[in-house]
Design a protein. Structure first.
Length: 185
């Protein structure tokens, strides 16, 4: 990993623009976080969202040490992405902690029941007294049966602000023999 000092990063940002914008200041702080990462970390992962944390878990499982660098000071408390597809759930199923629990099991326990989120209502006007334009169930029984024929996992619904803590917990409960991961907020 190439180390860059915060001063060098700041001077590069200032050379590109006359006024250092807030996005440039974020780049400087991100560069400082990279510079502060241990030199023995072979992989730096930029972004502490679901993709970055899942990558850290997969690398840990393979014995590769990593450092996750996130520009935000803490995980978001606001809902963001919420749908987790079948393939992602299969990947989460392969990630097991030292007690033998998979990330997929943790997600499934926290997720809302499918009948609460799989039906969509389309209306004109206010939801409760407007004109109903139609409704659709995105996962009728025949669709779920077809998915079950192909995979042991089903799609699920868990907002990102609830998924990230599950992934962080899984990182803290890695099985013995897996590589360490450092998450820097």
């Amino acid at each position: 990993m190439r180390r860059v000092s915060a001063a060098a990063a700041a001077s590069r940002c200032c050379c590109r623009r006359q006024v250092v914008s807030s996005s440039a200041r974020r780049r400087v702080s991100s560069s400082a976080a990279v510079a502060a990462a241990p030199a023995t970390t072979p992989v730096a992962i930029v972004g502490g969202g679901p993709v970055g944390l899942t990558l850290a878990l997969l690398l840990s499982k393979l014995g590769v040490r990593s450092t996750v660098l996130e520009r935000l000071p803490a995980p978001s408390v606001h809902p963001q992405a919420h749908f987790i597809n079948v393939r992602s759930m299969e990947v989460f199923r392969s990630l097991v902690d030292r007690e033998g629990r998979s990330v997929a099991d943790s997600i499934t326990r926290l997720a809302r029941p499918r009948d609460e989120w799989s039906r969509f209502l389309y209306s004109a006007g206010p939801l409760l007294n407007g004109t109903s334009l139609g409704a659709t169930n995105h996962f009728p029984p025949e669709t779920l049966a077809a998915i079950r024929d192909q995979s042991p996992e089903l799609p699920t619904h868990l907002p990102q602000h609830q998924l990230v803590p599950v992934l962080l917990e899984a990182l803290s409960r890695r099985p013995d023999g897996s590589a360490a991961c450092d998450v820097r907020w």
